[in-house]
Ligand binder design. Structure first.
Ligand SMILES: NC(=O)c1ccc[n+]([C@@H]2O[C@H](COP(=O)([O-])OP(=O)(O)OC[C@H]3O[C@@H](n4cnc5c(N)ncnc54)[C@H](O)[C@@H]3O)[C@@H](O)[C@H]2O)c1
Length: 390
C-alpha cells in the first residue's frame, strides 16, 4: 500500500485535530488509495514538538518548521500554526515540492494569498485549505440541489456564525487578539467559514460588500505562559491591548441581482455555535442549522397551499463519505468527522496527482472577500471585491 508521509507544523488544537483525522481516515477508508503516516512534527520550540510527537503519535519531531519543509521523507506539509506563519511555511514547502494542507484563513491578506495559489499551481503541487464545514455530506447535497436548479436561481442569502468563546473579559490575550499574528478578528477567523459556505453553495461571485467590524473587548489579561490559544480564565493582572474585531456584520451583492447578509460574532453570549444559512431562490429555499448538523431543509414552491412547507432531509449512507462512518441514516456526523473527510479528500487528490477541493485558489478568493470587508469597514462604504487583491 502506498504511503503519504505527513509533516505537521503547529501542534495546538488544529494540529491535534488533523493528527486524529489522518488516523481515523486510515480506519474509515481503509488506507485506500494511500496510507497517511505521521512522520514528523514541529512546534514553536523543540520541547513542545517532542511532547507533541509522543502525544500525537509522530515518528519524529523537528527543532524548527524549516526542517520539516526540507525533510526529503515528507510528502505533505500540514500547516496548523497561527495565521501569520502560513505564508512563509507554505511558500517554503511549495518551493521544496511538497503538497500543502493549510488551515484557514489561508493567510493575512489577499496579495500573499494569491501568491501562494500561483506558486502552488506553477509547482504542480496539490493544496487544500481547512474549510471543514463544507465537508459535511449535507453541504455536498445542498450544493448539488442548488446546481440542479431545485430552488431556482438564488436571489437571497443569509448566513450566520455566532459564538461566545471570547465573550468573557477574563479570557487571556492570545494570538487571535493580535492583528499582527491573526491578520484580523472574527471576519478572518469565522468569516472565512461563512464565505466558504457561500462560495461552496452558490458559486456566483460576490461583487461588493458593506461591512461593519467591532471590537467589544479591547484589552485582556496577559497569558501566564505564551503559547497556544486557550480559553482558561486567568492570566496576569497586566492587561494587553486586543486589536482584532469581535463582531462583523456584512451586507453583500452577488451574481445577477442577488443580495445577502451575514453576521459573525465570538462574543454572542449564550450562542455557542449558532452556524447556519438560508439560501432563497425563485422557486424554493434551503435552510441549514448547525444544531441540526445532519439535516438539510428544502422548501419548494409547489403543491397545494395547505401542505406547503420545509421538508427535513436527513443524511444517510447513500452518501459514500457518510457511509464510511455509519451504515444507517440519521446518525449525525460531527466536526471531527468532517476533518477526517477533508484529510481523505486530500490523500485521494495527492495520490491521484490532481487538485484537491477547496484549494489555495479558493482560499485566496475567500481572503479577497475578507480584505474587501476590512476595507469597507475602514472607509465606511460599499467596496467592490475587485478593488482588492491582485
Ligand atoms: N478549520 C477550523 O475549523 C479551525 C478551527 C480552529 C483553528 N483553525 C485555524 O488553525 C490554525 C491554528 O489554530 P489553533 O486554534 O489550532 O491554534 P493553537 O494556538 O491551538 O495552536 C497553534 C500551534 O502553533 C504553534 N506555533 C506557534 N508558533 C510556531 C512556530 N514558529 N513554529 C511552529 N509552531 C508554532 C503553537 O505553539 C501552537 O501549538 C489557525 O490558522 C486557525 O485559524 C481552524
Amino acid at each position: 500500500m502506498a504511503e503519504l508521509k505527513i509533516g505537521l507544523i503547529g501542534a495546538g488544537w488544529m494540529g491535534k485535530t488533523h493528527s486524529m483525522a489522518y488516523r481515523a481516515a486510515r480506519l474509515a477508508f481503509g488506507g485506500d488509495p494511500a496510507e497517511p503516516v505521521l512522520e514528523v512534527v514541529a512546534d514553536a520550540t523543540e520541547e513542545i514538538a517532542a511532547r507533541a510527537a509522543a502525544d500525537l503519535g509522530f515518528r519524529r519531531h523537528a527543532r524548527d518548521w524549516r526542517e520539516v519543509v526540507e525533510d526529503p521523507a515528507v510528502d505533505i506539509v500540514d500547516i496548523t500554526t497561527p495565521n501569520d506563519l502560513h505564508f512563509d511555511v507554505a511558500m517554503a514547502a511549495i518551493a521544496a515540492g511538497k503538497h500543502v494542507y493549510c488551515e484557514k484563513p489561508l493567510t493575512n491578506d489577499a496579495g500573499t494569498a494569491f501568491e501562494m495559489a500561483a506558486a502552488a499551481e506553477k509547482a504542480g503541487v496539490t493544496t487544500m485549505v481547512g474549510f471543514n464545514y463544507v465537508k459535511n455530506p449535507v453541504q455536498g447535497l445542498a450544493r448539488r440541489l442548488i446546481a440542479e436548479g431545485e430552488i431556482g436561481p438564488v436571489r437571497h442569502y443569509r448566513g450566520a456564525f455566532n459564538s461566545d468563546f471570547l465573550g468573557r473579559r477574563d479570557v487571556p490575550f492570545s494570538w487571535r487578539n493580535d492583528k499582527a499574528r491573526a491578520g484580523s478578528g472574527v471576519i478572518g477567523d469565522i468569516g472565512a467559514h461563512c464565505f466558504a459556505y457561500f462560495r461552496h453553495l452558490v458559486t456566483q461571485p460576490i461583487d461588493e460588500v458593506m461591512c461593519d467590524l467591532r471590537i467589544v473587548i479591547d484589552e485582556r489579561p496577559r497569558a501566564e505562559s505564551a503559547g497556544r490559544f486557550s480559553l482558561d480564565a486567568g492570566g496576569s493582572a497586566d492587561l494587553v491591548r486586543a486589536d482584532t474585531d469581535d463582531i462583523a456584520t456584512v451586507m453583500f451583492r452577488f451574481g445577477d441581482g442577488g443580495t445577502g447578509h451575514m453576521e459573525m460574532s465570538r462574543v454572542a453570549f449564550g450562542r455557542r455555535m449558532e452556524i447556519g444559512y438560508d439560501v432563497t431562490g425563485t422557486e424554493g429555499a434551503l435552510r441549514y442549522l448547525y444544531d441540526r448538523i445532519n439535516e438539510l431543509q428544502l422548501y419548494r414552491e409547489e403543491g397545494p397551499q395547505e401542505t406547503k412547507g420545509f421538508k427535513r432531509i436527513e443524511m444517510g449512507p447513500t452518501d459514500p463519505r457518510y457511509a464510511a462512518f455509519y451504515p444507517v441514516p440519521g446518525i449525525g456526523a460531527g466536526y471531527n468527522d468532517y476533518k477526517v473527510m477533508e484529510a481523505q479528500d486530500l490523500l485521494e487528490a495527492v495520490a491521484a496527482g490532481r487538485p484537491a477541493y477547496p484549494d489555495f485558489r479558493f482560499g485566496a478568493e475567500i481572503q479577497r472577500l475578507i480584505d474587501a470587508c476590512i476595507l469597507s469597514d475602514a472607509e465606511g462604504r460599499w467596496v467592490k471585491v475587485a478593488e482588492v487583491g491582485p
